[in-house]
Design a protein around this ligand. Structure first.
Ligand code: URA
Length: 187
């Protein structure tokens, strides 16, 4: 039987499936419209997210908000979450076993939201959800359809803040998402 949002969030908040939960201030389950067709998945909470318990509220989050606005949407109209729900120390990339331990939560979130499109923000999301040898520089902007869901891998907003010229590629990827939304009749 499918879990409810309430029990899923409770499970996340009490999770001790890996070591990441030992040194955090808050779990960051994710937030947004639970009935949206459009979902964004990042890597893991940073310092601001850890303090607030909310996904993508720091500098990268502010850029993500602008990216979503450029697509004609607001953050409240999409669902935003991460591969891992606890901040890795010093913002290191989550270990594959940490991502694997957290993955059942993400799968349940996807099952509850039932998005038509998932935008994968950065290599960690693409490696975890598409394949471990995914190369974001080479393979961003290429659709992959899995079980009726369209996945669009693109750069993580933090990478765009570090390397501004990548923004052009990222905008191209987001335009593909907007085209697909039109094609699928997503408002
Ligand atoms: N980076 C992420 O991948 N996720 C967040 O929530 C914030 C920064």
């Amino acid at each position: 039987m499918q879990t409810s949002w309430g029990s899923l969030y409770d499970e996340i908040l009490s999770c001790e499936r890996c070591e990441l939960c030992r040194k955090i201030h808050n779990k960051v389950p994710g937030q947004g419209d639970p009935n949206t067709d459009l979902m964004f998945i990042g890597e893991g909470p940073g310092a601001d997210e850890d303090l607030q318990g909310l996904a993508f509220v720091g500098a990268a989050g502010q850029l993500l908000t602008k990216m979503i606005a450029a697509m004609g949407k607001t953050r409240d109209e999409v669902y935003i979450c991460n591969i891992v729900k606890c901040r890795p120390p010093q913002n290191r990339v989550p270990l594959p076993e940490e991502a694997a331990a957290c993955l059942p939560f993400l799968r349940q979130q996807v099952a509850l939201v039932k998005p038509k499109i998932i935008v994968l923000l950065g290599a960690t999301a693409a490696k975890t959800l598409l394949r471990p040898d995914f190369r974001i520089t080479r393979e961003h902007g290429i659709w992959e359809e899995r079980k009726g869901i369209w996945f669009m891998p693109t750069y993580h907003p933090a990478a765009l803040l570090r390397d501004e010229p990548k923004k052009k590629d990222s905008w191209h990827d987001l335009q593909l998402v907007m085209e697909k939304m039109k094609e699928l009749g997503i408002k």
